[in-house]
Design a protein around this ligand. Sequence first.
Ligand SMILES: Cc1cc2nc3c(=O)[nH]c(=O)nc-3n(C[C@H](O)[C@H](O)[C@H](O)COP(=O)(O)OP(=O)(O)OC[C@H]3O[C@@H](n4cnc5c(N)ncnc54)[C@H](O)[C@@H]3O)c2cc1C
Length: 409
Amino acid sequence: MEKKVEKYDVVIIGGGAAGLTAAIYCGRAKLNTLLIEKSLVGGLATYTNEIENFPGFPEGTSGLGLMDLYHKQAKKFGVKFKLTDVKGVKLDAETKIVETFRTNYEAKVVIAATGGKPRLTGAKGEDLFLYDKGISFCATCDAAANTGKTILVVGSGDAAIEEGMFLTKFADKVIVSVLHDTGKMDCNEIAKGEALANPKMEFIWNTVVEEFAGTQHLEKVILKNVKTGELIPVPVDSCFLFIGYIPNTEIFKDILDMNKPGYLITNEKMETNFDGVFAAGDVRDKFLKQVSTAVGDGAIAGYAAEKYIAETETFHSQIMRDDMPGLVYLWNAVDPKCREYLPIIEKIEADYRGKIRVTKVDIYKSSGIANRLGVKEAPSLVSISHGKINKIYTDGINEKELADLLATG
Ligand SMILES: Cc1cc2nc3c(=O)[nH]c(=O)nc-3n(C[C@H](O)[C@H](O)[C@H](O)COP(=O)(O)OP(=O)(O)OC[C@H]3O[C@@H](n4cnc5c(N)ncnc54)[C@H](O)[C@@H]3O)c2cc1C
């Protein structure tokens, strides 16, 4: 089957908090932007009923409600959405390709915002009971179906304990399997205090899941005490796993730089190892994975995408244009040495108007152009002829040398 081809300025993969924020920035910058999401626009944040730490909502907000606002805002700025799974990417050329089943999307910039997925325990029987058969990862989605039931929560981080407490509003009993010694949990102290005081919550310390058991539906989770080896059968109606996440980076494997667990490595501008490819949100290797930090990453990636596209345009249409020789002065306005050479460059510009195109590039503001020219320091001067880099001068720029250079073309 011949695939359709669609062209965009920016393709964002993943419609969670990071992808949606990047979309808002790109859309508002009037870039032709597509966001591709394979399941639910809003991403992981829609799993949580209560977000209490996102600034601006003193009473808290639901993840679904918050993400719905992001979605509306991105649509308002003209961002297009496709609900489909990205199967592969080609990122090494200036035009990047994002492949789905039916269509190849071509883009000047790709933003990877694919987040993560819940980690499984790997225990026996787990794959038999995933999702609608008793093992869940989303309290918001499945709490009501557990009204009056007994639930096992696995994990003791913020998500496990906060979602566990939310589940007590519906379930009769929420039993929590904690890996650590009695009283020790990975969550914040406020959540810990509230959970320990909650009469509907029980804790089984020093345990991991050994086996999930049942016939059609999950009926029992067998826990194992990691200190004594004792097996503890726990009859339950369902089990919620909150034991961390693994990054959704399969499509970037062997292409983008990642750390050992598979999180994408970026710099502070969200740039990956490929020009024009940015990563944002939980998919990145970073210290804190939250909605607020996903939003920050998305904003930077969106802004960086806009700058990258503008710089690419300047690079091709002005700097490398082959209608006449060019001189590019890479300077930094705060550096006295750069300012010292500026009058010489401006004189050349006036003397050779119509014969040589002189472009001044602030290396601090337009580091992308400097990178493309292979220049790392300022002041530097790059001579261009026939659309190619001729020579790079990094020190001792003087009027005579420039005159000689210009005389020899
Ligand atoms: C239960 C729970 C409670 C939480 N509570 C809080 C809280 O109270 N406060 C807080 O700040 N944070 C909380 N978080 C964390 C927060 O939800 C995440 O940090 C945030 O949602 C990350 O956003 P993201 O955009 O980086 O990734 P995600 O939200 O994971 O979005 C990534 C999106 O990419 C899509 N995707 C992946 N691969 C592909 C592909 N190949 N093709 C197309 N689409 C793809 C996924 O379907 C997903 O929708 C919680 C998380 C959970 C699970």
